[in-house]
Design a protein around this ligand. Structure first.
Ligand SMILES: [Zn+2]
Length: 667
């Protein structure tokens, strides 16, 4: 994937080692980019836009001079300037910090260890870290490296996990460019060595051994500053990263977050299991929603590594017929609204198996999709829908503009809510949308989640619960504007379709103000409606678990219908397992033979209903309720149904008289 990478401190050893690794890296000297002045960053970065900034520039450790003022200006204020630029322009930031932020006493420090900088330099680097930690898209690398250590004397009682300069550059490059790692990562060699051992092995075989007491420095040399690099090793080996706690609003940055619903520690809602995996430990993470009391965004408390969630996705949007119809309607409506012509380009972000794009193709448009799930991308391309396998990013956006044309229509259905770095997402849209183009966002409507108690649409993949308020707050920060809103009460339990255009030539329909008004009346930033919602969730749980327990006692067989993400949330947050509901029917043949995460229901096709006596079907896919009931009846199913949301409701089996009447009325 193409990236513009900028390294600060171009004259430094690390910057030069990075350029040797990748000559396309821009590493200007301090005379051209002086981080201690924000204007210098602004002027340089406007002329040389970067997608990743590796901030390696610093005043380094000096033993004998008083450089505190330089530390403050460059290492603390300069870093704060870089953070500000990156935050304002949604640029990925990688900050080079030091192993000396830890106390340097016992060694094996992990990222969570207590900090106590060894010297004044380390204090200034920690000062820089504090600014970086306010930017959630940033990565802090704590490390230490050496180039030449051709010493005559070296300590046998000073231990470190320092890497060679070349190894350090490779690690920084990989973390910055090839991964989406964020937070703090220690980088060091796995086994610590004494400084004397390093010098002896690599520079001077006849080095004279000494102890730390022989050195007289303004600070005591730390006995053991080695790092525990387990997290880095896991990332380097392609392992998923630990989840990230979300402490600020991803749209407005406010820290006024209030948790209102707790759904327990549950497995990922799309992490289906094979039979042989049933006995293995499933990954689980806290599932809780918090309200931003500043802008009204609802967001999860934890962000699970996307690589854990989206690389192999069993869901295909083509499955339900109602969704195919929705795609055709979307293509027709949006084409008309955008005054798009056959031959114009349409881009679908997170295009799944290409269902929506094929509806645009049928209208004579040129189409291109982007999706990170390799299996679905192969399928889409095989079906003639040109699709790139990638996460949506500014680099992909530029690639699309250079290979095709700026899209007149960009669609993103059920994806924005899955994205942590929403500003990076919008930035990428802004990079490629045609001047008079329209960007369409479809997402579940948070008002429906709350008002209809659809807590089962909460799952780890679904990071944000959006309103027109929140989307407007987001796009306006990128000089874009919400120009129209449509609403689909029956799609995924209530969906909004938000039209976004460049603000300078936007004509705004009255629907926008109507939705904003409705949200204000609802109390989008007030605690009341959310508190009432949490109470209703608790009541739903009590009602459904009581009903299932009663049916179980009566010896009734209950299966589920719809092994969907929402169904998995419901089963797991209510603690319902295969003892009460052993099987789940699903229309997607890809899921047959698999087991649902957590609850471990076996997934089968509807045909199984004909050979098994089932008394009631728990409609986990209640959003397709009408369609499913009809399908079951066509398949000869004669049992009842349970609608779990908002409050468990049992539909009795139809009597034979009703069934005949229905047959007659059909004729
Ligand atoms: Zn907010």
């Amino acid at each position: 994937m193409p990236h513009n990478v900028l390294v600060t401190g171009g004259e430094g050893k690390l910057a030069q080692a990075l350029v040797r690794l990748d000559p396309s890296i821009d590493a200007p000297p301090k005379a051209r980019l002086d981080v201690s002045r924000y204007e210098s960053i602004e002027a340089y970065c406007r002329a040389h836009p970067a997608e990743v900034i590796i901030h390696a520039g610093a005043v380094t450790n000096r033993f004998d001079e008083d450089v505190d003022e330089a530390y403050i200006r460059t290492n603390i204020m300069g870093t704060a300037n870089v953070v500000l630029w990156c935050m304002r322009h949604a640029v990925r930031l990688v900050y080079l910090s030091t192993d000396y932020v830890y106390p340097g006493q016992r060694g094996d420090y992990s990222e969570e260890s207590v900090l106590l900088p060894v010297n004044r330099y380390a204090k200034s680097k920690l000062g820089g870290e504090m600014a970086v930690q306010l930017y959630e898209q940033a990565l802090i690398i704590r490390t230490s490296f050496y180039e030449t250590m051709n010493f005559a004397k070296a300590c046998t009682d000073q231990f470190t996990s320092r890497l060679s300069l070349e190894e350090a550059a490779k690690a920084v490059y990989h973390l910055a460019v090839k991964t989406q790692a964020r937070g703090i990562v220690n980088v060091g060699v796995p086994a610590k060595r004494s400084v004397a051992d390093i010098v002896k092995a690599e520079f001077n075989p006849s080095v004279e051994a000494c102890t730390r007491a022989a050195f007289h420095l303004p600070y005591p040399l730390p006995p053991d500053s080695s790092l525990n690099s387990g997290k880095w090793q896991a990332i380097a080996n392609g392992g998923a990263q630990p989840s990230l706690a979300r402490r600020t609003c991803r749209i407005c940055g406010s820290g006024r977050l209030w948790r209102y619903v707790e759904l327990g520690a549950t497995p990922l809602a799309n992490a289906y299991l094979k039979e042989e995996e049933l006995e293995t430990n499933e990954f689980t993470e806290e599932l809780a929603v918090q309200l931003c009391e500043s802008c009204g965004l609802s967001q999860l408390s934890k962000v699970v590594d996307p690589d854990r969630m989206f690389r192999h996705y069993l869901y295909a949007s083509s499955t339900p017929a109602t969704f195919r119809q929705h795609c055709a309607e979307l293509a027709a409506t949006v084409t008309a609204h955008a005054h798009a012509q056959p031959g114009d380009w349409v881009l679908d972000i997170a295009s799944n198996d290409g269902c929506l794009l094929s509806a645009f193709q049928a209208r004579g448009m040129n189409v291109v999709g982007v999706d990170p799930a390799e299996n679905l991308v192969q399928e889409a391309n095989a079906a003639g829908v040109q699709t790139l396998c990638a996460y949506w990013s500014p680099a992909v956006a530029k690639d699309i503009v250079s290979r095709f044309a700026p899209p007149a229509i960009i669609t993103s259905t059920n994806v924005l809510a899955h994205v942590d770095d929403v500003h990076g997402f919008v930035n990428a849209v802004d990079q490629c949308l045609a001047p008079r183009g329209l960007w369409i966002i479809e997402c579940p409507y948070v008002l429906d989640l709350i008002e209809r108690s659809e807590f089962d649409t909460v799952y780890h993949e679904h990071l944000s619960y959006l309103s027109v308020h929140a989307i407007a707050a987001l796009v306006e920060r990128h000089r874009l504007q919400v120009v129209h809103v449509e609403y689909f009460p029956d799609l995924h339990g209530g969906t909004i379709r938000v039209y976004v255009a460049r603000s300078q030539d936007a004509a705004v329909t009255p629907a926008v103000e109507a939705f904003l008004h409705r949200e204000r009346t609802f109390g989008i930033t007030a605690r009341g409606p959310y508190e009432a919602f949490a109470q209703r969730v608790r009541r739903s749980k009590d009602a459904l678990t009581a009903l299932l327990a009663r049916l179980h006692r009566e010896g009734k067989t209950v299966w589920a219908y719809g092994a969907s993400a929402k169904g998995n949330t419901l089963m797991n947050s209510f603690g319902i397992g295969r003892d009460l509901v052993p099987m789940a029917i699903d229309d997607n043949p890809r899921k047959w033979g698999w087991y649902t995460p957590g609850s471990h229901m076996r997934i089968v096709g509807i045909e199984e209903l004909a050979t098994h006596p089932v008394d009631a079907l728990l409609l986990l896919a209640w959003n397709f309720k009408r369609e499913i009931i009809e399908r079951c009846e066509q398949a000869g199913y004669q049992g009842g149904f349970i609608i779990p949301v908002p409050l468990a409701e049992q539909l009795e089996p139809m009597s034979s008289v009703q069934r005949e009447r229905k047959q007659v009325s059909k004729r």
